[in-house]
Structures are given as structure tokens and as C-alpha cells.
Design a protein around this ligand. Structure first.
Ligand code: ATP
Ligand code: MG
Length: 381
């Protein structure tokens, strides 16, 4: 614990209190797949100016701090929010990719993938080691690659819209691991080019008052079923803002209502509110408005009804994806990792052909129980 206190400039007793209150937790499972890490802790809540998900690692080559990825605030209307937030600065409209947040870092001799809450994920680590060259870290030892892990073989957010069977990393920020300062959009693009990283696409650089130009990008993303944009000051001196398409709002709702027992009401309400503000700001025609209503209504009712139907036929409702492992060692370690996270899951090996393809099913216990109960005559609260 001493090394955590020292690294975060806390007294030993303050660090002990953090641990007692369960804010400081273990970030890794000890295993030969993680040979460079002796011990690692993560912050499960924001503490002082340290973001939640901040990780402190005692490694074979010293103590390292990896700051948590900061929250990005959301714009519900473009005007006047962008102007108010960015003033006259030049902004980049970067595609907001829909996967999960990963900080790829180098510890000792190997790469490691840290997920949003500060856990070192074995599966994502294996994938990063397979697809990211580590020469960047020789030249930038104090930096981390903030990426969205995207594709069908995702245990957390499987998504087909990118046409990626496996799991790819799209770089969106390069940050100093200790200070969380970000390189500018241009510097990031140059680095990506020279080290061969895939990057979240910049659709446009413009000024906050270019409503038509910005709306055009959003419309294009929406028709391609993409998630949305992150608006970034090209210098990265002002915090970014995010904005999502109607397609993303409705596909989130579709997902949440399929598993309505697991999802909080806030999650659903927030997405309905986004639709209302967008509809208002975009001055829709009667036809566009009717289409939105139908889309929204379907996103709510269709998935719930299909869950009810499946339960009534005696089936269990799972969230399924197909994961691809390179070794049994990592598969076993990943199962341990999920148990640590408290995930209720099942895995079935589909085939082994050099790589191991696994069906990963997350059991949606509370949705299943609720529907069964209601179909058996239970009353609602
Ligand atoms: P937050 O805590 O930032 O609000 P959240 O968990 O609610 O995050 P999202 O609504 O998906 O997540 O929005 C923020 C996330 O978007 C980032 O954490 C990052 O993983 C993801 N992202 C995808 N593309 C980009 C991009 N181009 N720039 C920044 N973040 C991006
Ligand atoms: Mg996301």
C-alpha cells in the first residue's frame, strides 16, 4: 500500500482509509501472462483530482501511475452549446466509435490493456499484444494510447456496424499517463501515421458556429448507423464534448429494453430526452418526425416483446457474442476476470483451429426472472 500512497502523494493512513472504504481495489489477477506487474490497484471512485479508473502499478521496473480516462460531457443541442463551450476555437469532429474504452500501456517488457474502471483485462491485453506494435512506447515512454476496442469479438459491446469480425483498436487520444494531458489532434494524427495505428476518423475541422457543416456530418453518420461525434478543440486545451445520432440513441434503447430488468430507468430516459432535443433542434418535416416516432416506439416495444416471447417459450435470455482467443491460458484467466467482476456468464467452445472461438453468453438474470414471474401471474410491485 505504501507505494500507492507515495505515487498519489497521499499519507499512508489516507491510502489505508481508501482501501477500507473499498475505493482502492485490486486491478489485476496475478498470473504469468502479466509478468511485469508485481501489484496493481485502481481507484473505483474519483478521488481528489484523480479520475476513477486511475491505476497505480508496482512493476518490475518501478512504480507507474495511469490516470483514468476523463468523463466527456454531452451536448444535447449543438447551438448554443458548442459556441458556449469552445468559443471561437477550431474544432475537430471526430467519429465517436461504439465499443469500449481501453488504455493501452507498456509496463516492463509488455503491453497491457486497462479498461475504463481500471482493470487490466486479459482478453483485451492479448488482443493489444497481437495488433499493436510497441515501438511507439520506446519513443514516448510516458504516454498511453487511449483507444476504442471495436468489433464483433467484444465481450462488453459487440457491434456489427464496422464490419470487424475480431476486435480492433481505434486510437482517439494520446495522453501523458501521469498528468492526463493530451497531445493535439494533429500530433496524434502524425503519430498514428508513422506508427501505423488505426484512428477514429476526423470528418471535419471547423468552427462552432458552422451549424450546417456539422449537421451534415451528423446526418451522414446517422445514415451509416454510426454512434456520433466527439467535438475536440484541435489543440486539446479545452475538454471535448460528445453528441450522438438518433440511430445510436435508438439502438441503445433497443438493447436496454431487451434486457429491461438489468437496465436502470435513467439509462432509458436519457436517450429519450436526447431524441426530443434533437427533433426540436433539427426542425424536422412532418414525415421525418413521424419516422422518428415510429423508430423510437419500435426500439422500446419490439425488443421487450421478443424477450417476453422467448421466455414464454421456455428459453433463457442471454446477451451473446463470439470471442476469439489465442490460448487456453488467456481464456481461463478471462473467466477468472469475469468472476471477479461479478458477471453471470456461460462459455461454450465453438471450434479450435489455431485460434479458439468461444460463444460467450451473459445471463440476464433479472430480466429472465421478472418476465417469468409476470407470465406466472406475479403482480408488478
Ligand atoms: P463518459 O464517462 O465519458 O461520459 P460513457 O461511459 O458514458 O463515458 P460514452 O457515452 O460512450 O461513454 O462516451 C465517452 C466514450 O466514448 C469515451 O470514454 C470513449 O471510450 C468513447 N469514444 C469513442 N470514440 C471516441 C473519440 N473519437 N474520442 C473520444 N472518445 C471516444
Ligand atoms: Mg461508448
Amino acid at each position: 500500500m505504501n507505494f500507492v500512497a507515495k505515487a498519489l502523494n497521499l499519507s499512508v493512513s489516507a491510502a489505508e482509509r481508501l482501501e477500507e472504504r473499498n475505493i482502492l481495489r485490486k486491478a489485476i489477477i496475478k498470473h504469468p501472462f502479466f509478468p511485469d506487474v508485481i501489484e496493481a490497484f485502481r481507484l473505483d471512485k474519483k478521488f481528489g483530482f484523480y479520475e476513477d479508473g486511475t491505476v497505480v502499478v508496482k512493476a518490475t521496473d518501478g512504480v507507474r501511475v495511469f490516470r483514468g480516462f476523463p468523463k466527456i460531457r454531452r451536448a444535447l443541442v449543438l447551438n448554443p452549446t458548442l459556441k458556449k463551450h469552445f468559443g471561437d476555437r477550431e474544432i475537430a469532429l471526430e467519429e465517436k466509435m461504439n465499443g469500449y474504452n481501453v488504455r493501452v500501456v507498456k509496463i516492463g517488457e509488455n503491453l497491457y490493456s486497462i479498461t475504463r474502471r481500471g482493470l487490466i483485462c486479459p482478453y483485451t491485453t492479448e488482443k493489444a499484444r497481437e495488433s499493436i506494435e510497441s515501438d511507439f512506447f520506446e519513443d514516448y515512454p510516458d504516454y498511453m494510447l487511449c483507444c476504442e476496442a471495436v468489433g464483433l469479438a467484444s465481450p462488453y459491446v459487440p457491434n456489427e456496424v464496422y464490419g470487424i469480425e475480431g476486435l480492433d483498436f481505434f486510437l482517439f487520444d494520446i495522453r501523458n499517463s501521469r498528468t492526463n494531458e493530451s497531445l493535439s489532434v494533429r500530433e496524434k494524427e502524425e503519430i498514428a501515421e508513422s506508427y501505423g495505428f488505426r484512428i477514429a476518423r476526423v470528418y471535419l475541422t471547423t468552427h462552432p458556429d458552422d451549424f450546417n457543416g456539422i449537421k451534415e456530418v451528423i446526418d451522414e453518420l446517422n445514415s451509416n448507423r454510426r454512434e456520433g461525434v466527439v467535438f475536440k478543440d484541435i489543440e486539446m486545451k479545452v475538454d471535448p464534448l460528445k453528441y450522438t445520432t438518433s440511430s445510436a440513441n435508438t439502438s441503445d434503447l433497443h438493447y436496454a429494453f431487451r434486457y429491461f430488468g438489468e437496465y436502470a430507468r435513467d439509462f432509458m430516459l436519457a436517450r429519450i430526452v436526447r431524441e426530443a432535443f434533437q427533433s426540436f433542434e433539427f426542425h424536422e418535416s412532418c414525415e421525418e418526425f413521424n419516422e422518428r416516432c415510429l423508430r423510437l416506439g419500435k426500439a422500446i416495444l419490439e425488443p421487450m416483446i421478443s424477450s417476453i416471447r422467448e421466455c414464454s417459450e421456455g428459453k433463457t435470455i442471454y446477451d451473446e457474442s463470439v470471442l476469439i482467443f489465442s490460448s487456453h491460458e488467456v481464456l481461463e484467466l478471462f473467466k477468472q476476470h469475469l468472476r471477479l467482476l461479478g458477471v453471470d456468464f456461460k462459455v461454450e467452445i465453438l471450434d479450435e483451429n489455431g485460434e479458439i472461438r468461444v460463444k460467450f453468453k451473459r445471463v440476464m438474470r433479472s430480466t429472465n426472472d421478472r418476465i417469468r414471474g409476470i407470465l406466472n401471474g406475479s403482480t408488478w410491485r
